[in-house]
Design a protein around this ligand. Structure first.
Ligand code: KIV
Length: 271
């Protein structure tokens, strides 16, 4: 009997094939077992265990407070659920910027302790050493440019990035460098659609956008946003597929009313 489990169907290589064949890549976030199982069964290509867990799961204002241990907890819950998707895990703030050795150790902990397939880092040429050192250990790296939420205190706002020529040129330069360092894909967040499209055309690796228009190779959204569970966050790029904030609220109200009125449980709902 073989001890090897069947390989996961989506690999970094399959994403590159999708780009070559013009097939768009669909990516969503997940932070827990149940949600990851539903998303994976629906046929998603990539699941991102994003550090947006800091906002969505823990209620922090920014992504900065989430720790490596917490990311490993979320990632291992997701990994136990999936059969098909490629799982990418964000290296949280402060675990890869100081030096490349720390970056490698952080990435190794994620891979070893959660069973994830790859990591994502925010930034361009300033994190070259970290990216290259992680890659030497055979860990696939996804880049992230444009709006990089871990640098929110440097920029001060969550507005669209790279609208000016100089910043746009720097972004394109960084994207080309990320490809050159060996990243298997990059995320572009909240930048003009024309620029994102130019980046996607200039790179042979897949470019996955969030608020970056239709001219890229794939799209990613935060699952809780696209399900309408978060109702205060309404950027232009967000398409809501459900209104779960209201639907779940109504279900909770019905349950409370049923308990209070002694309607629940009824005769058939007990032993
Ligand atoms: O943490 C996250 O969810 C992300 C996406 C917004 C791309 O990085």
């Amino acid at each position: 009997m073989s001890v090897h489990k069947e390989l996961k169907k989506i690999t970094t290589h399959s994403l590159q094939e999708m780009k070559k064949n013009g097939e768009k890549i669909a990516m969503l976030t997940a932070y827990d077992y149940t949600m990851a199982k539903i998303i994976d069964n629906a046929g998603i290509d990539v699941i991102l265990v994003g550090d947006s867990a800091s906002n969505v799961m823990a209620g922090h204002e920014t992504t900065l407070p989430i720790t490596l241990d917490q990311m490993i907890y979320h990632a291992s819950s997701v990994i136990r659920a999936i059969n098909r998707a490629l799982v990418v895990v964000d290296l949280p703030f402060g675990t890869y910027q100081a030096n490349s050795k720390e970056a490698l150790n952080s990435a190794i902990r994620i891979m070893k302790e959660s069973g994830a397939h790859s990591v994502k880092l925010e930034g361009g040429k300033e994190i070259k050493d970290s990216i290259e050192r992680i890659l030497t250990a055979g860990i696939p790296v996804m880049g992230h440019l444009g709006l990089t939420p871990q640098s929110i205190y440097k920029f001060g706002t969550y507005t669209v990035r790279a609208k000016e020529d100089e910043e746009a040129e720097r972004l394109l330069e960084d994207a080309l460098l990320l490809e050159q360092y060996g990243c298997f894909a990059i995320v572009l967040e909240k930048i003009p659609a024309n620029l994102a499209s130019k980046v996607a055309q200039s790179l042979s690796i897949p470019v996955i956008g969030i608020g970056a228009g239709a001219g890229v190779d794939g799209q990613v959204l935060v699952t809780h946003d696209m399900l309408g569970m978060t109702h205060e966050f309404s950027p232009r790029f967000l398409r809501r597929y459900l209104n779960l904030y209201e639907n779940m609220g109504n279900a909770f109200k019905s349950y409370i009313a049923d308990v209070k009125s002694k309607d629940f449980p009824n005769d058939k709902e007990q032993y």
